[in-house]
Design a protein. Structure first.
Length: 505
């Protein structure tokens, strides 16, 4: 039998799975449970096309369980070209329940793992270790896409009895590293490991970050916080690690960036469910930033549908430059003069596995020191630029006639809007045969060749441009015949010159 669930979003709950000891004396307080051994139950079912977002399988867990193990499988029938096939995600909630907000959350592996184990001493990556207490647990199934023929599934739950060990106290990354005082710090704020759908271990990601010349990174696994405590021994005075999560909803993804360690942000809602604002508050209460990720990604469930109210920045550049990044850039540029407040641009690799490069791209932040809060302050203020590697460095400034000065993310204050303004772009590490572009609310105002190291100077007035920002582009693949620019090598957030929206004061 299926029944509606109050867990949040469109959901159904299946009939519960019971075990012999859950129905006998072992289920009662003080009753005897087996000292060892295990019990297994298998549930089979079918989900039709148009199934709800989440299906909950209750599991009645008795006293004396040391570990719960879950495995599953489902069919993958052939479908016509252009028709989504079957894809089924999985996760787990404990006896504290499935209410939206995640008090009972114990882990999520999406569609990346076919089995997982949770116990007091240890848990499969993506899941949280802790006691297996008596009560109703829930395996959550997420039919991401369902073929027209439907989706046949099989879930096997094994309870292993015995004395539970101690749950280790999580060791979280420190809040600061030595750094260089007020300086530009390079980071990658969107990364995945084996704790969600990545192939690299945290140790491999940390090594790749150092090789890429990064000063900081953020751990942002899909819908789980299990990696927050997975970096012990991997940070150092040369590498700061921020905690976070990629909140992966059916209407787009956002980064909960730089949150307090252990902060879980629920994902089980769509834009229509009037829940997003609640979790924006969750992120902000945890001193983190809300950053919509790859907003124009064309894949199912990836395109951003929640709007930008409550966001602190937006990921304009995700991985190697693609047409959907070009769309994100154009949409972001429009917000710099449109009615809504502007959001600083960020760029991150979203790297999952080889050969995807950690630090391609990276966000380079002007911060007071190499600490969590200083970095987040710099990102929130737009004091940052994006680069394809640590080889590329930009410096964009605007100066007035009386010594007035502003850098990236700042506003130039001049006495008279008609005062002359000198914009200066200094570049090092530019690609061979690259192009340096200066853009304002009127579009491109300067474009010229740049290779390696160079300086571009452009003169205007504060009344002639709301802002100026810079791009360094690779040569266009078609030699410029299409009129489209080449792939991005680096770009800045704006320097404000005129009456911009939500400019820093």
């Amino acid at each position: 039998m299926l029944r509606l669930s109050a867990a949040g979003g469109a959901a159904l709950t299946l009939d519960p799975v019971t075990f012999a000891h859950a129905a006998g004396d072992g289920a009662r307080e003080g009753g005897r449970a087996p000292a060892s051994g295990e019990e297994t139950r298998t549930v089979r079912g079918r989900l039709p096309a148009g199934a709800p977002d989440y299906v909950y399988l209750p599991v009645e867990v008795p006293h004396g369980v040391r570990e719960i193990a879950v495995s599953y499988r489902y069919d993958r029938p052939e479908v016509p070209p252009g028709t989504p096939g079957n894809a089924l995600d999985i996760g787990l909630f404990d006896e504290r329940g499935t209410a939206l907000g995640g008090r009972g959350f114990r882990g999520w592996s999406g569609g990346f793992r076919s089995e997982f184990t949770v116990g007091a001493e240890r848990a499969t990556p993506g899941y949280l270790p802790g006691p297996v207490r008596r009560g109703t647990w829930h395996v959550v199934l997420g039919p991401y896409t369902v073929a027209p023929q439907g989706l046949e599934y099989e879930v096997t739950v094994t309870l292993r009895y015995g004395r539970a060990g101690e749950t280790p106290v999580p060791v979280y990354p420190p809040q600061r590293a030595r750094g260089r005082g007020r300086a530009w710090y390079r980071g990658d704020c969107h990364l995945h490991t084996v704790h969600s759908d990545g192939r690299r271990t945290p140790a491999q990601v940390a090594a790749a970050a150092r090789a890429a010349g990064l000063d900081f990174l953020a751990t942002t696994e899909h819908n789980t916080t299990s990696a927050h405590a997975a970096w012990e021994g991997l940070w150092g005075e040369d590498l700061l690690i921020l905690c976070g999560e990629e909140v992966t909803t059916r209407n787009g993804h956002f980064l909960a960036l730089g949150t307090d360690p252990g902060t879980f942000v629920d994902w089980r809602y769509r834009a229509r469910d009037d829940a997003y604002e609640r979790f924006v508050h969750t992120v902000h209460r945890a001193d983190g930033l809300v950053v919509p990720a790859h907003p124009h990604c064309p894949f199912v469930g990836c395109r951003w549908k929640f709007g930008f109210a409550g966001a602190d920045a937006v990921e304009v550049w995700n991985g190697p430059w693609t047409p959907d990044d070009e769309l994100s850039l154009a949409a972001w540029d429009n917000t710099l003069v449109a009615g809504e407040d502007w959001l600083p641009a960020t760029g991150n690799s979203d790297a999952h596995r080889e050969p995807q490069r950690v630090g391609l791209p990276q966000t380079v932040v002007l911060a007071e020191d190499l600490s969590r809060h200083a970095l987040l302050d710099g990102i929130r203020a737009g004091r940052s630029y994006l680069a394809e590697s640590a080889d590329v460095t930009l410096r964009l400034t605007a100066a007035g006639p009386r010594g007035e000065h502003a850098g990236i993310g700042e506003r130039l204050r001049v006495r008279d809007p008609e005062d002359p303004v000198t914009v200066r772009l200094e570049v090092s590490g530019a690609p061979a045969d690259g192009t340096a572009r200066l853009l304002t609310d009127q579009g491109e105002r300067h474009a010229g060749p740049v290779s390696g190291t160079g300086t571009v100077t452009w003169r205007t007035t504060a009344s002639s441009a709301t802002y100026v920002r810079a791009e360094i582009r690779h040569p266009a693949p078609d030699g410029g015949a299409s009129g489209l620019p080449g792939p991005m090598a680096a770009m800045t957030n704006p320097v404000w010159l005129g009456a911009g929206r939500r400019r820093p004061d």
